[in-house]
Design a protein around this ligand. Structure first.
Ligand code: GDD
Ligand code: MN
Length: 364
């Protein structure tokens, strides 16, 4: 049987959604020959049995049953690799993704030489629906960090709804990280040439039945993906130097804080402010002399650089605190939440300061 399109649907406890999803897809894709591949991670709510039942009844529905929870990304990859069609889509089982977009996305492939079409929650014309403020913040932080990694102007690199050419997926499958939730980011970051993409605005709905599986552990896995894609197997020397300078900053901070607070008796909030800016300033000059000695700023640019560095550090600090707090509220131990926040802060500080402060590139 020849299929034009495979729809891969990862499932984990989605028993209340599957039949409705199949019906909706069938209605949306009347003119097209399609198959659905469900990839289930040992659901315990009857999803497994239901999938066996439906796939026995319908030739164009199949299910891959895995025995452990191996995660969303790897489920999507396994499903996509099993596709028999030239084009493959990934969508959630919970009806948050509008199946009506499937024919529109597929049509894009016939008119242009496209690699991938992404349904975006943030493109012009899209709607977020009843997305909680916490989820929206998490998405925005994630999107911002993702753009540091993939340098592609995608409005929603974390979308879970997209369609791509199967041969493109097969070409880059060896390089995929494969862990965690963020398969789309992984695909863009793993391609050795820029992917030709379009975005389609998505009206994001609320989950039909069951609950979201996104939790603190998944947010931590996202940090893992960022590290992997930013640094690969070797961490750049510049980042190590940047972190070492950061550590000296902690020392400077504590020295200044204790001098002002203990010996000069300055109010704590002022002592802390003075200490913070002294540490930032000392970090700036040390980075300028060591970490970025090949791009050393001088004269007027030394002052402008310092001001941008203050801004960059402040932005990184806000994100660090917001991210750590989100993890902490998802019951992640405070030491891990704090360290992950500090790490994200350091990566962001590093990424932004190389973009805005020491941006003129001369080769070493
Ligand atoms: N096989 C398998 N294994 N499936 C999983 C797993 C897993 O470990 N975790 C989640 N799923 C399935 C769910 O059953 C659902 O069909 C889909 O993956 C998405 O999971 P949700 O729990 O509904 O995630 P979400 O709605 O919070 O976030 C999703 O949508 C966002 C917006 O499109 C994800 O796709 C995000 O990556 C995406 O940003
Ligand atoms: Mn969902």
């Amino acid at each position: 049987m020849f299929y034009e399109l495979t729809i891969v649907v990862p499932t984990l406890n989605e028993v209340g959604n599957i039949e409705l999803l199949c019906n909706k897809i069938a209605r949306a894709l009347k003119e097209i020959s399609w198959e659905i591949i469900f990839v289930d991670d040992n659901s315990t709510d009857g999803t497994k049995e239901l999938l066996t039942h439906i796939s026995n009844k319908h030739e164009h529905v199949s299910a891959i049953h895995r025995t452990d929870r191996k995660g969303l990304s790897s489920a999507c990859i396994e499903g996509m690799l099993a596709s028999k069609a030239p084009i493959v889509a990934v969508m959630d089982a919970d009806l948050q993704h509008d199946e009506g977009l499937l024919p529109l996305m597929l049509a894009e492939f016939s008119t242009t030489s496209l690699d991938i079409a992404v349904a975006s929650r943030f493109a012009a014309g899209a709607e977020l629906g009843a997305f909680s403020a916490k989820r929206a913040l998490l998405s925005n932080i994630g999107n911002f960090l993702s753009r540091l990694v993939i340098k592609v102007q995608l409005t929603d690199p974390l979308s879970g709804f997209f369609m791509l050419r199967t041969d493109v997926l097969k070409r880059l499958s060896q390089r995929l990280y494969g862990k965690g939730f963020k398969i789309l980011l992984d695909i863009f970051a793993s391609s050795n040439k820029p992917l030709n993409f379009v975005e389609v605005p998505l009206k994001f709905s609320t989950r039909h039945s069951g609950e979201s599986k996104l939790d603190g552990t998944i947010a931590l896995e996202f940090v893992g993906l960022l590290c992997h894609k930013l640094f690969g197997k070797i961490i750049p020397l510049r980042f190590i130097l940047f972190c070492l300078v950061g550590l000296t900053g902690v020392g400077v901070h504590l020295m200044v804080l204790s001098s002002f607070h203990l010996f000069i008796n300055t109010e704590f909030v002022w002592s802390q402010t003075i200490a913070t800016y002294t540490a930032m300033t000392s970090n700036y000059f040390l980075n300028n002399s060591f970490t970025y000695r090949d791009k050393k700023l001088q004269g007027k640019r030394l002052i402008i650089g310092l001001l941008t560095f203050y801004l960059v550090c402040s932005a990184a600090a806000v994100l660090n605190v917001a991210f750590a707090n989100l993890l902490y509220q998802s019951n992640i131990h405070w030491v891990i939440a704090g360290t992950a926040g500090a790490f994200i802060g350091a990566v962001l500080n590093y990424g932004l300061s190389s973009m805005f402060t020491w941006r003129k590139s001369k080769h070493i």
